[in-house]
Design a protein around this ligand. Structure first.
Ligand SMILES: Nc1ncnc2c1ncn2[C@@H]1O[C@H](COP(=O)(O)OS(=O)(=O)O)[C@@H](OP(=O)(O)O)[C@H]1O
Length: 350
């Protein structure tokens, strides 16, 4: 046999082994795995395996088969809530408020990015990111990128945490996108990846470096075309299409497990909003027992310098409104279908 055909044979055998281990839920080979999983899940959160037993597939409306994660036996935590976004909609504020509740455990650093970037680190790594807490405490995390996860990732989350509550903060589409593009501009000027650059970096710059940075990251130095081009780039466009990706989540999680919050509530009625969130997650007590008024009023993750948090100019607002209007309308339709009595701006007056 030639070296090439011997190598090919080895690769084919390896592929067969991999395929054998990729048993999908719903296939006859799942039973032994399911009984192991059942023992494990009862340790954390009651009998979550029941969902797959009752429904055959742990899905709402989707017929997609879920590949059982190969490292499922490494999972040592149950996740009671996930905040999936939106990006730039006050998720850092929410992270800090939730951490004040004694019965909730969130990773000290926001945004684990496990299901989008770091899935290869494994469920063991994921399990170790949550601080130890009492038996009755509930675990959760906030990663705004989860909103736009591909369907197979959402299916995996549903398989692992079928009872998890999903929280989504919705902000006006223009304001959200403007905030996101300005953040991207700051990252680009510094040559950093998304999420790496913080206000602390600016504070550490010397005078010359700081002036140069502020000049280059100043949005008034960029024309409308620059921002419209960025908006049409997949990440900003995709993250503004709330209805599109929320419908994907709704294929796996029933609407009773998904809470959509109006970003405006953070400034207009934060206490009522946090009471609603605590009750939705299922923890005892009112926010007044753990969050002070001055904490509710804190602003997190805003650009530190006035030049970097300018209002959007009218000409650009108009162009963005035209582009984002269909997405605002779709989202308002979805809100109506789900029974919410509020809407986001649909730019009918622009
Ligand atoms: N208390 C309060 N009230 C109103 N708005 C607030 C509050 N705290 C944070 N923010 C604003 O939320 C924006 C940051 O959102 P995120 O933390 O979700 O951003 S990120 O996706 O994690 O980067 C960011 O918006 P922009 O300032 O427009 O960029 C913050 O200013």
């Amino acid at each position: 046999m030639s070296d090439f055909s011997s190598l090919l044979g080895k690769l084919q055998n390896a592929a067969k082994e991999v395929n054998k281990s990729k048993q999908t839920v719903g296939e006859s080979t799942q039973d032994s795995g399911r009984s192991r999983a059942a023992k494990r899940t009862k340790r954390f959160h009651g009998d979550r395996s029941k969902i797959s037993d009752d429904n055959k597939l742990p899905l709402q409306n989707s017929t997609r088969k879920i590949t059982k994660p190969r490292d499922v036996d490494d999972l040592k935590v149950d996740i009671s809530f996930l905040c999936i976004g939106a990006q730039k909609a006050g998720t850092t504020w929410l992270h800090n408020m939730l951490r004040l509740h004694p019965q909730l455990s969130l990773p000290s650093q926001k945004e684990l990015h496990f299901f989008d970037w770091y899935r290869k680190r494994g469920l063991d790594w994921y399990s170790n990111q949550f601080p130890k807490c009492d038996e009755d405490c509930l675990l959760g995390e906030i990663t705004p990128c989860y909103a736009v996860l591909a369907e197979d990732k959402i299916a995996e989350i549903k398989y692992l945490f079928p009872k998890s509550k999903i929280i989504f903060l919705a902000r006006d589409l223009i304001e959200r996108t403007w905030s996101a593009i300005l953040m991207e501009l700051r990252n680009t000027v510094r040559g950093m990846e998304a999420g790496e650059f913080t206000n602390d970096h600016i504070a550490q710059m010397d005078k010359r470096e700081r002036e140069k940075f502020l000049r280059e990251a100043d949005p008034s130095n960029y024309d409308d075309n620059y921002f419209m081009e960025r908006l049409q780039h997949s990440t900003h466009r995709q993250r503004s299409d709330y209805a599109y990706f929320l419908r994907r989540w709704l294929r796996y999680f029933p609407k009773e497990q998904i809470l959509i919050i109006n970003y405006k509530d953070i400034s207009q009625r934060p206490r009522e909003m946090m009471d609603e969130v605590f009750s939705f997650i299922g923890v005892d007590g009112k926010s007044e027992n753990c969050i002070k008024d001055e904490q509710l009023e804190m602003r997190f993750n805003a650009a530190s310098e006035p030049q970097l948090r300018q209002q959007i100019r009218p000409s650009l607002r108009k162009k963005m409104a035209k582009y984002l209007k269909p997405m605002a309308n779709d989202f308002n339709t979805l809100l109506g279908e789900l029974g919410y009595d509020w809407k986001i701006d649909d730019y009918s007056s622009i």
